[in-house]
Design a protein around this ligand. Structure first.
Ligand code: 0X9
Ligand code: ZN
Length: 422
């Protein structure tokens, strides 16, 4: 009995230590601040650049969402008052959203479902099971190794030769958990759905899907800091860790204010293009199969918007009209579901903000993949990055409807012809 008590005591200490080392967000709030011009917008964005007390959740030409340390509330209130900016509190306590997200853990611990979020180990087990159950049509993809030495894994689904291909990159930003939940659900649908449209999608296209690209950051969000965004590679000469992997590709890197040179910034571009092994690995992999890929989708959250190239300039891409027509098809299809979810669309630089060095622009500019989007998933800010688990399945249905329509439209416009000769 004594041993049992000792074991329980030890376990209790371990649990306490594990939770004690987690970053907490008690009473952190997320404000939605309406801005009328670029100056006001940048003033709020700059707050998040320079201090850990503020963290940018979203920004577009109408509003900025910013998470605030409760001790800095007065500072923010003074600013909104002096600039007369209307604001509302979207999240009153970030920690309570995180706690609620965790409390769903017990419901389907025994099998991989989509009623909770899973750690990387469970996602890898899910991939292993899928590969074992469907050996004829699936193969594992070894994308490469992360800074901390983890494998970056993907899956290829191919029912026959000579299919045009689609590539899905997901969870490049660590805290955007809904993206890998959606990617795994989508993999499962392609392999098990009996719906005729889904079967057509599965069997007439090759699918290359990487559910979690930023594996180190993802593990860090599960174990230490739920709000982590970047990679985990230390930066020489700085105490700050990681770069924004969606600013690190070698295409217009660091141009036009689309990224930051400050290692402490959330949009730090890295010390040089492809400094992040995860980004180098995925772009090398896509480059190696570029003639087999017709469409690239980069899954992000949140904002419910499809973003097309470019991020580094407001100039339209040369097939801009087609890119808008395909995005519109996605948006129209999602709106028709009972959830009525509204997705907007536009170019990255105009609909959201300037970005440089994203994977999406890299494959469009450098690899000739003509249909390439960032899909910013649910929601529009009520829960932001901490989308409640009850929304995972409805959101997955939205995404499937959207992708079905997107592929149809891209095909109609001639973007799904084989790019290589056989
Ligand atoms: O800032 C980003 O990288 C994306 N937003 S997020 O909140 N998911 O971080 C927007 C990127 C869109 N633009 C490009 N991919 N260029
Ligand atoms: Zn993102």
């Amino acid at each position: 009995m004594k041993t049992l008590i000792a074991v329980f005591g030890f376990l209790a200490i371990l649990v306490a230590l594990a939770s004690a080392s987690k970053v907490r967000y008690d009473n952190f709030k997320v404000f939605k601040i309406k801005t009328q011009n670029l100056e006001q917008r940048q003033m709020i964005e700059n707050l998040a650049e320079n201090t850990e007390s503020f963290n940018l959740w979203h920004s577009d030409d109408k509003e900025v969402h910013i998470m605030v340390n409760p001790q800095k509330l007065i500072h923010l209130q003074n600013l909104t008052r002096s600039y007369q900016l209307p604001f509302e509190v979207m999240v009153s306590n970030v920690q309570s959203l995180i706690d609620a997200e965790q409390s769903s853990k017990t419901t389907d611990d025994l099998s991989f479902g989509w009623t909770r979020y899973y750690p990387l180990s469970a996602i890898e087990e899910f991939l292993d099971e899928i590969l074992a159950e469907h050996p004829e049509v699936t193969s594992g993809i070894d994308i490469g190794t992360s800074y901390e030495g983890r494998k970056i894994r993907g899956i290829k689904i191919s029912y026959k030769e000579e299919n045009p291909g689609l590539f899905i990159e997901s969870n490049i930003h660590a805290r955007e958990w809904i993206t890998s939940a959606t990617a795994t659900w989508f993999i499962n649908q392609l392999l098990t759905s009996t719906d005729a449209d889904v079967r057509y999608l599965a069997e007439n296209y090759d699918w290359y899907i990487v559910p979690v690209l930023n594996v180190d950051g993802f593990v860090y969000t599960h174990e230490t800091n739920r709000m982590w965004r970047k990679t985990r590679q230390p930066v020489e000469g700085s105490a700050c860790i990681g770069a924004d992997p969606n600013r690190n590709s070698d295409s217009h890197w660091m141009e036009n204010g689309g990224a930051s040179a400050d290692p402490c910034s959330e949009t730090f571009a890295g010390s040089h293009p492809f400094s992040e092994p995860e980004v180098k690995a995925i772009t090398d992999y896509i480059a190696s199969i570029k003639d087999r890929i017709n469409i690239m989708l980069a899954f992000h959250s949140y904002s419910q918007v499809l973003l097309s190239p470019y991020g580094h300039t407001s100039e339209p891409a040369d097939n801009h009209d087609d890119l808008m027509a395909v995005a519109k098809a996605y948006s129209d299809a999602v709106k028709q579901l009972p959830y009525g979810t509204v997705y907007t669309y536009g170019t990255s630089a105009t609909a959201m903000y300037a970005t440089s060095g994203s994977t999406r622009d890299y494959v469009y500019n450098e690899l000739g993949i003509r249909i390439s989007y960032t899909i910013e998933m649910r929601d529009t800010g009520r829960f932001g990055f901490i989308l409640p688990p009850v929304q995972i399945l409805p959101h997955c249905e939205d995404t499937l409807a959207g992708i079905l329509a997107l592929v149809d439209k891209a095909k109609e416009l001639g973007y799904l012809e084989l790019k290589y000769s056989v």
